[in-house]
Structures are given as structure tokens and as C-alpha cells.
Design a protein around this ligand. Structure first.
Ligand code: TYM
Length: 335
């Protein structure tokens, strides 16, 4: 039997942070040799909120370089840019016409983001999860490794599969494959440094709320120094009254590569004055190799472009095949 296929992606909107790394990219890297992997820079998703063209172009390269810097290996993983493959947009249209409107108006992320934007909210923002379903289903992915916040979008993707196969395929010969989310327990929801009840987010206006993967050591030190804590001495996991404490211990555990038990014992008698420098040093050391590799990749634009060209070719062949099958099932054929 061949390897199972993985597909996932990040939006190139800048401010890539520890949540993106610990909730998604790091898990892609760790498991990559077990799977046939496709990782996409989802630049069509990035225009669902108002955007600046020059920033989009720059962020697309930055993110592809970060994928490599975090350890994606081209022996196992294909890296490509969503907008390079027209099949993503075309399949979205076909899915739009079989997706009930209320499935989209019910999405939590749409409700949250549209509330912030008021009347300017675009049709694209509403349609965003359908584009995401197209991303996944074009590659017949078995598994989709993401953070907790994407769970509802994965459920919608599965609903689209069932509806499409029911309407346009025979049960013994389904056209679309049902994907499973792959959500790790630890790191699936990294919280803001200034409020342990809110997730760490690229769009939070407060820079102090997140640690970005490309933050220099002094910025990391400053953010951890100023992060929210509490007045209790002794640090413990899983206390609902202490969300910040749980979040910071989890960050330490994941970045230091320690087990939960080890960290629980190590930190049980610590105060914040002792823990914060430890977390700072651990974070700086964990991000250093990523930042160094990132610089190397960015210094060789030609190489990065060749990676994305090769990625496009490999991804496109698979995407076009699925698109043709979907269109045939819906009644479209070429003469
Ligand atoms: P995006 O760009 O918002 O986030 C990229 C990945 O990072 C995860 N993530 C987090 N994980 C833990 N804690 C956090 N605070 C945190 N913030 C973000 C996200 O869960 C995600 O895995 N819609 C997707 C992009 C996308 C996609 C796809 C993903 C488009 N098409 C197809 C998988 C498959 C998004 O906006 O991710």
C-alpha cells in the first residue's frame, strides 16, 4: 500500500507566530517521512480580507521560505502556491453551487471576522471554507494537520464530500475522498500572551500578544517579560483558573522538547521570576536554527523560485486530474 496523503496550508498574511508553528508546521515536519505531503501557501485565502498587493507578494515568498526553514524536506514534501494552480478557483465555483448558504453563515470564523469588518465584509470571506474544501479535496488528502481553530472548516469539507458523492457519484465509486483532521492535543490552541483565554492570532493588533517566528531575541525577551501571569507561586498545568500559566508551561514543554510530567515536576515550585528567563532562553534557542535557515533560503531567490515551480508541476498534475473527474460527474465534458 502507498503512503497516505497529507495536505495543509497557511495564509501568507505575515506575522507567522508560535501558534502556526506549534499547531501546524512543526507537526507537518515531524511526520513528513510517513506521508505523501502537499503544503500550500494559500494566497487566495489571503485576499478575503482587505490586502496590500506588494505585501501579499512579499509574504508569499516569506512563507514558502519559512516552510523550508522549519524543516520541510523536498524528498517527502511538495511545496506550492495556491494561486499558481487555477483548479483551486474552478473547483470552488463548482462546490459553491452545491453548498447551502447557511452552512457558511454558521461558521464561527466568519461570524468573528465579519463582525470586526462591518459592512465591508466580502463574499470571499463567506466563501473561504469552500475554497479550503477545494484545496483539500483536489489532492484527495487522507489527513489534514491543523490547529483546533480549523476543525469546523474540516467538518464542512466532509459535509461537501458527502453531499457531492451522494448527488453525483455511485456509492461504490465515490469521486471525492473523505479527509480526516489531524489535530494534536498539545499545541493545537496556543493562546495570546496578553490574554490566556484568547488564541494567539496573526490579526491581533497587539504585537505583545504573539511571538513571531522571525522575532529577534530582544523582541522575544521583551514580550515574555511583559506577558500576562498571575499572583500564584508554583506553576501548574490544566488549572482552569490559570489559563496563562497553562499556556506558558505548554509553550515551554513543546519548545524544550520535554514531556508534560518533566515540566510539571521542574516548575512546580517556581515563581514567574525564575520561569520567565527560562522560557525566554528556550524560545530563543528553539527559533534560532529556523531563523538562520530562513536567511539562507531568502538569500537565494532563484532556488526558492525553482522549488515553487517544481511544486506547481507536481501539484497541478494531481489537481487537474481530480477536477476533470468532478466535472465529468457533474455533466461537463470536453469534445
Ligand atoms: P491560518 O493561516 O490562520 O493558520 C495556519 C495554521 O496555524 C494554525 N493556528 C494555530 N494553531 C494553534 N494555536 C493557534 N493560536 C493557532 N493559530 C493558527 C491553524 O489551525 C492552521 O493549521 N484556513 C486555514 C488555511 C488553509 C488550510 C487549507 C489549512 C487554507 N486551505 C487547507 C489546511 C488545509 C487558515 O486560515 O490557517
Amino acid at each position: 500500500m502507498g503512503k497516505q496523503r497529507i495536505l495543509s496550508g497557511v495564509q501568507p498574511t505575515g506575522n507567522y507566530h508560535l501558534g502556526n508553528y506549534l499547531g501546524a508546521i512543526r507537526n507537518w515536519v515531524e511526520a513528513q517521512s510517513e506521508y505523501d505531503n502537499f503544503f500550500c501557501v494559500v494566497d487566495l485565502h489571503a485576499i478575503t480580507v482587505p490586502h496590500n498587493p506588494a505585501e501579499l507578494a512579499a509574504n508569499t515568498y516569506t512563507l514558502a521560505a519559512l516552510y523550508l526553514a522549519c524543516g520541510l524536506d523536498l524528498e517527502y514534501s511538495t511545496i506550492f502556491v495556491q494561486s499558481h494552480i487555477p483548479a483551486h478557483s474552478e473547483l470552488t465555483w463548482l462546490f459553491n453551487c452545491i453548498t447551502p448558504m447557511n452552512w457558511l453563515t454558521d461558521m464561527i470564523q466568519f461570524k468573528e471576522k465579519s463582525e470586526r469588518q462591518g459592512e465591508n465584509v466580502s463574499v470571499g470571506l463567506l466563501d473561504y471554507p469552500v475554497l479550503m474544501a477545494a484545496d483539500i479535496l483536489l489532492y484527495k488528502a487522507d489527513k489534514v494537520p491543523v490547529g483546533e481553530d480549523q476543525k469546523q472548516h474540516l467538518e464542512l469539507t466532509r459535509d461537501i464530500v458527502n453531499r457531492f458523492n451522494h448527488q453525483f457519484a455511485k456509492p461504490e465509486n465515490p469521486v471525492l475522498k473523505l479527509p480526516d483532521p489531524l489535530i494534536r492535543k498539545e499545541g493545537a490552541r496556543v493562546m495570546s500572551l496578553v490574554d490566556g483565554t484568547k488564541k494567539m492570532s496573526k490579526s491581533d493588533p497587539s504585537e505583545l500578544s504573539r511571538i513571531n517566528l522571525l522575532d529577534p531575541p530582544d523582541a522575544i525577551a521583551k514580550k515574555i517579560k511583559k506577558c500576562k501571569t498571575d499572583l500564584v507561586r508554583g506553576l501548574t498545568f490544566d488549572d482552569p483558573e490559570r489559563p496563562e500559566c497553562n499556556n506558558l508551561l505548554t509553550l515551554y514543554m513543546l519548545l524544550a522538547g520535554k514531556t508534560k510530567e518533566e515540566v510539571a515536576v521542574e516548575c512546580q515550585d517556581m515563581g514567574w521570576g525564575q520561569f520567565k528567563p527560562l522560557l525566554t532562553e528556550t524560545t530563543i534557542n528553539a527559533l534560532k536554527p529556523i531563523q538562520e535557515k530562513y536567511q539562507q533560503v531568502m538569500d537565494d531567490k532563484g532556488y526558492l523560485e525553482s522549488v515553487l515551480r517544481d511544486g506547481r508541476e507536481k501539484a497541478q498534475a494531481i489537481a487537474n486530474q481530480t477536477l476533470t473527474q468532478v466535472k465529468a460527474a457533474m455533466g461537463y465534458s470536453l469534445p
